[in-house]
Design a protein around this ligand. Structure first.
Ligand code: 3PG
Ligand code: MG
Length: 404
């Protein structure tokens, strides 16, 4: 892997422009704290402690969406995590931004306004085109170096992510460094024992891409979620179809049926499907049914059943490395968390190399009182995590590696 430079290669006390990914859920206009703040705070704190003048850029939402808001609240949340004040200026690269940057001393932190409020940020264009934007041209001369810590946005060719490495010496932040290393491990590292991959979630194409890319590196795929039900359908179990008012299965089935059938055939001994499924009974309680006893789909299945959890846990216990992508059930509802949490618990208890990712899945760890320390890496990335697993390019990483 071509190396990028890290904070270890940077001399203290300079003026640095740092790209974070603080993109967060927003509820009724209120930005929700989440682990992205916590993780990036480590990079920011290190830079402030090393007497850098730290200017931060980040995005939030997309124009036209409810989540497209100012970063003013982000500055306060981040300050709590860093343990230093974080100033905020409601400007991306205009006079107010430049003047606030000039006023900043070593050890101080300033957050600029949402990068996506700048017209030149979003259109996906080549990095060299982004390097020529006014946005990059105006800000770059104010700094000695550029640090990209926004691994989870590294699949986007946006100005703040790919333009600056052409104008400034560029470095990877601590989040970028650890995410990159853990998420490429499945493609780059040699494991002596079994490599297991837990694949669930709602998108069949994610599962298909992962299997196609990693079929020869992974010994066992443990399936669940909506995607798992579609594979059961391909194995002639009468599930994986929409009931009235549902819109989860049929369209995905039409689009991916052939590929799913082909994968099931090609990797039959590696693919493990649920043995039983869980549903809500008449009293609103969790109940389970063996897959072989299902005659027709007449109810929604919301989790894998307990026999499946035991079988999957046994695979985990015999693994040298386990990668998780996607939940096995609707874990946000406590009644249907057993599959996702059961497998995570098995991983936590086993001494294997483990990586958990895919945005939402990692949320189960905090929801159900598991400790992040029991996993080698819990990713804060969604789309970038999938791309890393499947070996797709991450343009934001590439421009750092080019050594510009
Ligand atoms: C994310 O939250 O997935 C990243 O920040 C990328 O955001 P985007 O999907 O809106 O480009
Ligand atoms: Mg996204």
């Amino acid at each position: 892997m071509p190396a990028f430079k890290t904070l270890d290669d940077l001399d203290d006390g300079q003026r640095v422009l740092v790209r974070l990914d603080l993109n967060s859920p927003v509820e009724d206009g209120e930005v929700q704290d989440n682990r992205r703040f916590d993780r990036h705070a480590e990079t920011v704190r290190e830079l402030a402690d090393r007497d850098f003048a730290v200017v931060l850029m980040a995005h939030q939402g997309r124009p036209g969406r409810d989540t497209f808001v100012s970063l003013e609240q982000h500055a306060d949340i981040l300050a709590d995590h860093v343990g230093h004040p974080v100033q905020f200026v409601p400007d991306t690269f205009g006079d107010r931004a430049i003047s606030a940057i000039n006023d900043l001393d070593g050890g101080e932190i300033l957050l600029l306004e949402n990068t996506r409020m700048c017209d030149e940020e979003l259109p996906e264009e080549e990095p060299t085109v982004k390097a020529e934007t006014e946005f990059v041209r105006a800000l770059a001369p104010e700094f000695d170096a550029y640090v990209n810590d926004a691994y989870s946005a590294a699949h986007r060719s946006h100005a703040s992510l790919v333009g600056f490495p052409f104008a400034l010496p560029a470095y990877a932040g601590r989040v970028m460094e650890t995410e990159y290393e853990a998420n490429t491990a499945i493609a780059e590292r040699e494991f002596d024992g079994n490599v297991t991959m837990v694949v669930g979630g709602t998108k069949a194409t994610d599962v298909i891409d992962v299997m196609t890319a990693l079929g020869d590196r992974v010994d066992d795929f443990l399936l669940g979620g909506i995607a798992g039900e579609l594979f059961l359908r391909a194995a002639d179990v009468p599930v994986g179809r929409d009931l009235e008012g549902m819109d989860l299965f049929d369209e995905q089935w039409e689009e991916n049926r052939e590929t799913i059938e082909h994968l099931l055939d090609e990797y039959q001994t590696q693919i493990h499907l649920a043995l039983d499924l869980a549903f809500e009974d008449e009293d609103g309680e969790r109940d389970e049914i063996e897959v072989g006893d299902i005659e027709e789909k007449d109810r929604a299945f919301l989790d894998v059943g307990s026999n499946t959890v035991s079988e999957y846990a046994a695979f985990v216990e015999n693994s040298e490395a386990v990668f998780v992508k996607g939940a096995l059930g609707l874990f946000e509802d406590e009644r249907f968390a057993d599959g996702t949490v059961g497998v995570l618990e098995a991983i936590a208890e086993t001494d294997c190399f483990s990586v958990v990712g895919g945005g939402d899945t990692s949320r189960a760890i905090e929801m159900y009182g598991l400790s992040e320390d029991d996993f080698d890496h819990v990713s804060i990335a969604g789309g970038a995590y999938i791309r890393a697993l499947t070996g797709e390019r991450l343009v934001g990483v590439e421009v750092l590696q080019d050594g510009n």
